[in-house]
Design a protein around this ligand. Structure first.
Ligand code: 1GP
Length: 235
C-alpha cells in the first residue's frame, strides 16, 4: 500500500502560535496547491491553539496532519488524517528520541496507532529554536547525514527522513547525501524555502518540500510559487 506522503511534493507547516497574513484565511492556504498541511511548532504551543487551527482547516479538501512537539499538545479530532511524530536522531537527549513518545503512551490509554507515523528528524540549523529545544548536534558532515539516514531507514524502519533547517536555507549537498542513502524512504526537506527557485533546488534532491514561516510572513501567493517549484524541481 502506498503511504500518502509518497505522492506528495509539497507541504505547508502551520505554526499554531503564529498568525496568517492579514486578510488571508486557512481556506486560502488550502488553495495554494500544497499536498498536505502539517500543524505544529516548537514554542508557545498549547492544545487550544492546535485545536483552533485543526477546526479552521477541517472543512477543506487537503490532508491534515498534526505534528506535535510534546504529548500534552496532541488533540484528537476526526478531521485529522493522522499524526506525524518527530523523533530526533541527532540528539543526545533521549527524551526527543523516545522519551516523549513513551510519555504519550503512558498518559493516553488508547492511541490510534493506525493513524500514527514517525518522522526521523535530522535537525541541522544550530540557530533554530528546534535545535536548542532538542539539544541537537548539528555539526554533521554529508557522510554523517547519509549514515543517519541509512540507519534510520534500514535499522529503525523509518519511512520518513526529515532534514530540518528551520529558518535558514540548507546545504543542498547535505540533502543530496541524505537522499542518496535511502532506498524506499521518503525524504522531507524543510527550512528557508521562500521562492520558486529555492523549492526547485531542494526538490531535485528531496521528495517533499516543507514550507513553514513563509505562509505566516508573506502569505499564500508566495507559498503557491514554492508549490510550483517543488513540482518542477522534482520532475
Ligand atoms: C520547519 O522545516 C520547517 O519545521 C520549515 O522551515 O519555517 O524555515 O520554512 P521554515
Amino acid at each position: 500500500m502506498t503511504a500518502p506522503w509518497e505522492t506528495w511534493d509539497h507541504v505547508v507547516k502551520i505554526d499554531p502560535d503564529k498568525t496568517l497574513v492579514e486578510g488571508e484565511t486557512y481556506e486560502d492556504v488550502c488553495e495554494t496547491g500544497t499536498d498536505a498541511l502539517m500543524i505544529g511548532g516548537t514554542t508557545g504551543i498549547t492544545e487550544e491553539k492546535m485545536e483552533r487551527v485543526v477546526r479552521a482547516c477541517a472543512t477543506y479538501d487537503v490532508p491534515l496532519y498534526l505534528e506535535p512537539n510534546a504529548p500534552e499538545v496532541v488533540v484528537n479530532d476526526e478531521a485529522l488524517d493522522g499524526y506525524l511524530i518527530p523523533t530526533v536522531f541527532n540528539t543526545e537527549n533521549q527524551f526527543f528520541l523516545v522519551g516523549a513518545h513513551k510519555e504519550w503512551a503512558r498518559i493516553e490509554e488508547h492511541l490510534p496507532w493506525e493513524r500514527i507515523h514517525m518522522e526521523a528528524y535530522l535537525v541541522m540549523n544550530p540557530e533554530a529554536s528546534v535545535a536548542t529545544y532538542t539539544e541537537a548536534d548539528c555539526a554533521l558532515s554529508p557522510e554523517d547525514v547519509a549514515a543517519y539516514a541509512e540507519v534510520a531507514e534500514r535499522l529503525f524502519g523509518q519511512e520518513i527522513i526529515y532534514v530540518e533547517y528551520s529558518g535558514t536555507f540548507g546545504d543542498p549537498e547535505i540533502v543530496e547525501a541524505a537522499t542518496g542513502a535511502l532506498d524506499d524512504g521518503t525524504l522531507f526537506y524543510g527550512g528557508g524555502v521562500r521562492s520558486y527557485d529555492a523549492a526547485a533546488t531542494m526538490a531535485t534532491h528531496a521528495d517533499v518540500i516543507v514550507v513553514g514561516d513563509l505562509v505566516h510572513d508573506e502569505g499564500v501567493d508566495a507559498v503557491s510559487e514554492t508549490v510550483e517549484g517543488a513540482r518542477d524541481g522534482g520532475e
